[in-house]
Design a protein around this ligand. Structure first.
Ligand code: ZN
Length: 88
């Protein structure tokens, strides 16, 4: 799979590290154990498009939000995580 880094262009996925789903909201430090458990371990995994957070550690070291179809690995969109566009 090739990931279109907004800074470097298309690169092999071996240059990147997958963090997980983009857009998760971290619980408050004093949140319940159930809230922390859900944040850390409970993920939906539907077939289709996912928004994912990737780190280009072997390149520009940017965090990237990738919108990818997990059935085909087709990437619809990639943006720097710090860009407001990525937060959509
Ligand atoms: Zn890059």
């Amino acid at each position: 799979m090739r990931i279109p880094c907004p800074c470097c262009g298309a690169r092999g996925n071996e240059e990147f590290t997958y963090l997980g789903p983009a857009g998760l909201t971290r619980p408050a430090p004093d949140a319940s154990e159930d809230a922390w458990h859900a944040y850390m371990h409970e993920r939906e995994n539907p077939a289709g498009m996912h928004r994912e957070l990737w780190w280009h550690g072997q390149g520009c070291r940017a965090w990237i939000v990738v919108t990818r179809d997990v059935r085909t690995h087709r990437i619809e969109h990639a943006a720097l995580a710090r860009d407001p566009e990525a937060a959509r």
